[in-house]
Design a protein around this ligand. Structure first.
Ligand code: ZN
Ligand code: ZN
Ligand code: ZN
Length: 252
């Protein structure tokens, strides 16, 4: 599979509005982070995880034209506010978009975007989506997908295992039961907000511990804040973990 990190920044994006810190003022493109999302391409299928506010720019910048289905992790603004951009994929691909999420997230999508699901929509121009309640385990062509419950503070949201890769963003802790679902993975994208601990996200050290506990060949850190400067983090991390950055493409 080919994985493209479309966005690797926390909810506020980097640079942060009006921030003069070293990371926000850096000229290194790896310190520019849009809101978190990835694209997964296999021989037969193309998945997008989440629809962040910069979804349009992320797909355009990475020349991604094909998305066969969208998986949603949860309904926070930084993961959902690009949902309307699914329209352009409908036009290009001439098909409806299946969107998989847990029941709570599906309810939030309907509440946040009532016009998409209304019969009385004079303007037309709405995304053509088919909302699908996530199953614990399902297959889309050559992708074996498992929904992996993870803690985001006190809330359980969804991570995903896709073949030998797991996407674990907005994660403060993995429940014991979910480790079974992750058995045998080789690579993962792991939430690492900043060096200091945080109630709803893992810190850099906690993310490294998780990579080691899962026995990964390599872990990629994502959902990073401006407290984390790319080159400093590269120096800080062990060999089996690297910071992801917007536009990073890996083969797994
Ligand atoms: Zn987030
Ligand atoms: Zn800053
Ligand atoms: Zn969140």
């Amino acid at each position: 599979m080919q994985i493209t990190f479309l966005g690797t920044g926390t909810s506020h994006g980097i640079p942060v509005i009006a921030c003069d810190c070293e990371t926000c003022q850096s000229n290194n493109p790896k310190n520019k982070r849009n809101r978190t999302s990835i694209h997964i391409k296999s021989e037969k299928y193309n998945l997008l995880i989440d629809t962040p506010p910069e979804m349009r720019l992320e797909l355009v910048n990475n020349n991604i034209k094909k998305v066969d289905a969208v998986l949603m992790t949860h309904a926070h603004a930084d993961h959902i506010m690009g949902f309307d951009d699914i329209r352009a994929l409908n036009w290009y691909q001439e098909k409806e978009m299946p969107v998989y999420a847990d029941p709570g997230t599906l309810e939030h999508i309907k509440r946040i975007y009532p016009y998409i699901f209304s019969d009385n929509n004079p303007g037309g121009g709405v995304p053509q989506v088919v909302l699908k309640e996530i199953e614990a385990k399902f297959k889309l062509q050559d992708l074996n997908i498992k929904a992996v419950p993870i803690y985001h503070g006190d809330n359980l949201i969804l991570g995903y295992r896709i073949n030998n890769f797991a996407y674990l963003t907005d994660c403060s802790k993995i429940p014991e039961e979910s480790f079974e679902l992750l058995e045998g993975i080789e690579y993962a994208a792991v939430d690492a907000l900043r060096y200091k601990e945080h109630p709803t996200h893992m810190s850099v050290d906690q993310a490294v511990d998780l990579v080691n506990k899962l026995g990964l060949k390599h872990g990629y850190l994502t959902h990073m804040s401006h407290r984390v400067e790319h080159e400093d983090l590269v120096k800080y991390l062990p060999d089996n973990v690297s910071p992801a950055f917007d536009g990073l493409v890996i083969e797994v």
